[in-house]
Design a protein around this ligand. Structure first.
Ligand SMILES: C[S@@+](CC[C@H](N)C(=O)[O-])C[C@H]1O[C@@H](n2cnc3c(N)ncnc32)[C@H](O)[C@@H]1O
Length: 277
């Protein structure tokens, strides 16, 4: 269960049911895949305001919630607290984004080293997009050498956190932009390099099309993953990247291991909107 990993990553977080009011619409849309059904139903039966909040914030969730509440009845009073904890811990990274970005930053899944990028492509004087930028670990490092860095991130708290860090570091070339990888709010052919770190695959086919649109012909797209992903040869996301022409390799400097998937735009097979087989 993801909750176990999150409990050890964020030992001081102490999430509660009221943290569910911090969820963003795109996160509510992901609840069917992320939230344990029985526990979510138990919480919604017991806390009708949370249910109302989710419906208001992301109306398209209504069909799923209606079915969920019909399939799972309320739990006994003595069981409710355990259900609440199981649910909020399963979503604890989203809660950490909102309540404690610095905790998320400290517990990030991938140790980071800009050399993992610059070994493959120079960022000096380049226009770089870091998509799914989180607390800006990649974007801030890139901004030290790049001309401009556009850090695309849908969570407002994380964009604010990133901006504050850029200001403290005296970086005036980092722009934190609201957006998604499948809908990047930047013009065609506007970037030399696009990087993601543990941040691709929500809507992969549309994301790959967006990447080809925003990166200049001859530019580079690079997706980074932690060492555990590197061992997962059955990971359908990683296989799909290879199908789309990305070249896999591993960066290993003795302390940091990063799996990289790199594509020179204009060099891979043309994409279409058919799902990857
Ligand atoms: C696992 S974190 C990685 C953050 C950062 N790249 C790092 O390495 O620390 C994933 C990030 O992607 C953001 N995100 C979620 N859905 C997204 C989407 N559809 N498009 C772009 N970013 C998204 C999350 O808010 C989160 O900040």
């Amino acid at each position: 269960m993801y909750a176990d990993a999150l409990r050890s990553t964020f030992p001081d977080l102490d999430p509660g049911v009221d943290d569910l009011f911090l969820l963003e619409p795109h996160q509510i849309a992901e609840l069917p895949e992320r939230a344990p059904s029985r526990e979510l139903a138990a919480v919604l039966h017991a806390h009708s305001t949370v249910c109302g909040f989710l419906l208001r914030r992301h109306p398209a969730i209504e069909g799923y919630l209606t079915e969920l509440l019909a399939d799972h009845g309320p739990v006994a009073e003595g069981e409710l607290a355990a259900c609440e904890q199981a649910l909020v811990w399963e979503l604890a990274d989203w809660i950490a984004y909102q309540r404690a970005p610095e905790m998320y930053d400290a517990g990030a899944q991938v140790d980071w080293d800009l050399a993992a990028v610059t070994e493959l492509v120079t960022l000096d004087g380049q226009v770089v997009i870091d998509a799914g930028a989180g607390t800006g670990r990649v974007a801030l490092a890139a901004a030290a050498v790049a001309r401009h860095v556009y850090a695309v991130e849908p969570v407002a708290t994380l964009r604010r956190y990133m901006r504050a860090r850029a200001t403290r570091l005296g970086l005036d070339n980092l722009f934190a932009v609201d957006g998604f990888l499948h809908a990047i709010p930047l013009p065609d052919a506007s970037a030399d390099v696009l990087v993601t770190c543990q941040a691709i695959g929500w809507e992969l086919e549309d994301e790959l099309l967006e990447i080809r649109r925003v990166v200049k012909p001859g530019g580079t797209a690079l997706h980074l993953f932690g060492a555990s992903s590197a061992r997962d040869s059955d990971n359908p996301l990683l296989r799909a990247l290879v199908t789309h022409g990305y070249q896999p390799d591993t960066y290993d400097d003795g302390s940091v291991v990063i799996q990289r998937y790199c594509l020179q735009i204009g060099a891979g097979p043309e994409l279409n909107r058919d799902p990857v087989g």
